[in-house]
Design a protein around this ligand. Sequence first.
Ligand SMILES: *Cc1c(COP(=O)(O)O)cnc(C)c1O
Length: 399
Amino acid sequence: MSFKPANQIQDLQYFGEFGGVNPSISDSSTYTFLSAKTMFDTFEGNADGCYLYSRHTSPSNLYLGQALAAMESTETASVFASGMGAITATILQLCGANDQIVSSRTIYGGTYAFFKNFAPRLHIKTTFVDITDLEIVEAAITPKTKVLFCESVSNPLLEVSDIKALAKLAEKHDLKLVVDNTFSPLSISPAVLGAHITIHSLTKFINGTSDTVGGVVCGSQKFIDDLRDVNNGASMLLGSTMDSLRAASVLKNLRTLHIRMQQHSKNALFLAEKFENDGLKTVYPGLKSHPSHQLFKRMMNTEYGFGGMLTIDVGSLEKANQLMERMQHENLGYLAVSLGFYKTLFSAPGSSTSSEIPEHEQKAMGLSDGLIRFSIGLDADIERTYEKMNHCMKTLKIL
Ligand SMILES: *Cc1c(COP(=O)(O)O)cnc(C)c1O
């Protein structure tokens, strides 16, 4: 039987200070102590349940973290000001000078730029690999490797990582497997498949209203305690903490995630099948033509589908730009980066979200100029949307 992540969220119960059905928002940066001794113990990390200062954590952040840990089936979680805040703190907690990372080469542009351009300043070196080729992944591991990094479904090429197999490799070589699950919340549960640390950009599907940035690291109590350690913790010392007001609002949005993911997935599958049928080069993990369709099926929590992300290739950047402008004009979605909104969002990753990746490397990984990445919206009438998109494509002679 597959894991039921939405039940885990539904089954949590907490009340506000005055019996409110939502937990009270902790509107304070600092907290009083009844005794000076407790303050000392809290600094030493020995006073559970005591709050110190909101960069460390706050009740609102703990509630949201708890819900996300329940969803990902990890012991606990810590929320961050952004997805990049979560990723950079995790990597800097796990790696120091002369350590190495083996990472999928098709990852979010910001993560790629951090590994490629920033981490080397701290003498942390990354080897980028085709994550779908396990022999290549293993060959890249050296005695200095500390972290194996991938996205469950990659941005923007929608490659699927075999998390179970990667977890075995990580175990064999004593590495931490860190999985960015931003593209497939609920559908894939990396920790259940063996990942040590699961990260999300909350900015995307989880919050779902494109009104904030946020991130989360889900993992063991030990790792999250390390991140928050007053003396050595990357989250405590780098300071990318989430604000309490925002944590409260993200928690409220999280409660409808299962309904939204089902609709995103249903709409995306409908369009992907239509586009492929029309002869467009379409990539969607729910299509039988996707090289990892069977793998995704083996890993997925079936009721949430194959996710809301798909790509098509319309041949050239010029055509891609024309189509996106046209679709925006017809109010079929917005020409915008990011994902997980109620409206469809589209962008050409080669010239936007993945532009950190040099052109020759984009080519090598199969990221072509005419690629359009879609985050399919919650459209109530996806057939009507398809008809209108089809009309745009015909007008522009893409079909
Ligand atoms: C957006 C995104 C990030 C970064 O998250 P922010 O909230 O923008 O900092 C990381 N990974 C993936 C897969 C993303 O889509």
